[in-house]
Ligand binder design. Structure first.
Ligand code: ADP
Ligand code: MG
Length: 238
């Protein structure tokens, strides 16, 4: 579960080629980070995987099945949005249970899954609060909880920490890494922050203007950057 393969995937908006023909394999359980400057196509690539955008050409496979034409809800993936995507009028419990209510899951089963997710995320004491009564980091954990209860084949994060201040970002980075160790579920994580990429990733995908410049472990990229762009971006001693 959680193996994602892109074959010759492209995306254009009108005349603009945002993703050039691109091949990528994400293995089961990997923590993969898409990194690159603003506008290079990171979000678009993640949205193509999620099914929130249709590819212009190419093929996407999830766990060996052709998913290119599947709607987002049928892909078995969960996108974690920034914390402001929570419903302000609903309790934490209801926010986390939201996808389960939509799926008309049995109420007792919903409660069980919410309790489990809350335990993993240390939100047990906050289930009856509203998002407005939580800190930024707690709100982000609620957003992650809403993804966890769906038991996705992979989590997709788009700059989930960009709203948080620097100190909180460090803490949340550790929490997400810890969560990955615990769940061992594939995570695809978009950031423009080199430090986040270098500290969190099993595998880094460096993007530039819709192309993959290099794929490798943080150490690979640091020691053997393929070009000046990667070296400059990763901060290799060259
Ligand atoms: P990143 O997440 O790396 O900052 P994006 O994937 O958001 O980059 O955007 C890549 C490029 O695609 C940008 O030039 C952006 O303006 C363009 N783009 C993204 N979404 C759309 C859209 N829906 N319509 C037109 N252009 C878009
Ligand atoms: Mg983006």
């Amino acid at each position: 579960m959680g193996r994602i393969t892109l074959e010759q995937v492209t995306k254009s908006f009108g005349e603009v080629d945002v993703i050039r023909p691109l091949d990528l394999s994400i293995e089961d359980g990997e923590f993969v980070v898409f990194v690159g400057p603003s506008g290079c196509g990171k979000s678009t690539l993640l949205r193509l995987i999620a099914g929130l955008e249709d590819v212009s050409s190419g093929r996407i496979e999830i766990d060996g099945q052709d998913a290119t034409e599947l709607p987002p809800a049928k892909r078995g993936l969960a996108m974690v949005f920034q914390s402001y995507a929570l419903y302000p009028h609903m309790s934490v419990r209801k926010n986390i249970a939201f996808p389960l209510r939509m799926a008309k899951m049995d109420k007792a089963e919903q409660d069980r899954k919410v309790e489990q997710a809350a335990a993993v995320l240390n939100l047990g004491d906050y289930l009856d609060r509203r998002p407005g009564q939580l800190s930024g980091g707690q709100r982000q954990r609620v957003a992650i909880g809403r993804a966890i209860v769906r038991e996705p084949a992979a989590f997709l994060f788009d700059e989930p920490l960009s709203n948080l201040d620097a100190a909180l970002r460090v803490g949340m980075r550790l929490e997400i890494s810890e969560l990955h160790k615990r769940l061992t579920t594939t995570m695809v994580y978009v950031t423009h922050d080199q430090v986040e990429a270098m500290t969190m990733a099993d595998k880094i995908v460096v993007l530039r203007a819709g192309n993959i410049e290099q794929v490798g472990s943080p150490l690979d990229l640091y020691r053997r950057p393929l070009n000046e762009f990667v070296a400059g971006f990763i901060g290799s001693p060259k």
